[in-house]
Unconditional design. Structure first.
Length: 222
């Protein structure tokens, strides 16, 4: 190949690489942000200080995770995952929630089976700094309180493999288990639930929050 043709070929490859990279960035942008009038609704139930800081002051809220979510969704906080709160909702984020009443768990299961889409962050060892003392009911629980929901869906949540680790592991035969148990994707009746064995990544950098947006976007698809 002549030097002139080699240069032309290299330029073409470089140009295609730039186009591919741009397409990936544009795809990420389309997932991460939408115009307010086009944003779907996301119901949010969490024990974590995502919406308000621990002081509940106006200056203590607005976490990075909430900012990312609000670029994509109209976020609607709810206090319990019962039928009344989930009525009319299609997409729900349970971000390390407190233990739900037994009746609410039955209604949550029915909501998913009827077509609801759930992303559950179930951290077996939460590593999230809090100024509230242990035992304070407003302090996020140190571990996800699984009162039978995961077992009902055929899953088991395991603690971290080492003392230094935070994320847990999921196992089971009824769901697709990914990333060595970090994520489980389940088809449940007419709906779907994705479970992640960690919640600490919500307190991380923007790149870590991509996981949250990507998994929610996956649940939006038929």
């Amino acid at each position: 190949m002549s030097r002139r043709r080699w240069i032309a070929a290299a330029a073409l490859v470089t140009g295609l690489g730039a186009v591919t990279a741009l397409a990936v960035r544009n795809d990420r942008s389309s997932i991460a942000a939408q115009a307010p009038e086009d944003r779907p609704t996301l119901a949010l139930l969490t024990s974590l200080p995502l919406i308000f800081g621990e002081s509940f002051g106006l200056g203590g809220g607005g976490s990075a995770a909430l900012t990312r979510l609000e670029q994509r969704y109209n976020v609607v906080p709810i206090g319990v995952a019962d039928a009344a709160s989930l009525s009319g909702q299609r997409l729900l984020l349970l971000a390390h929630p407190r233990a739900q009443p037994a009746a609410a768990l039955v209604e949550l299961d029915r909501w998913v089976r009827d077509g609801g889409r759930l992303l559950l962050l179930a951290d077996p060892k939460l590593d999230w700094d809090s100024e509230r003392p242990m035992g304070d009911r407003l302090r996020p629980p140190p571990a996800f309180a699984d009162t039978g929901l995961l077992a009902h869906w055929g899953l088991t949540l395991h603690g971290p493999a080492t003392d230094a680790a935070s994320a847990g592991r999921l196992s089971g035969s009824t769901c697709d288990i990914l990333r060595d148990g970090f994520i489980a994707r389940c088809r449940i009746g007419a709906g779907a639930a994705t479970i992640i064995a960690d919640a600490d990544f919500l307190n991380g950098e923007s790149q870590q929050l991509d996981l949250l947006i990507d998994e929610l976007a996956g649940l939006e698809r038929p």
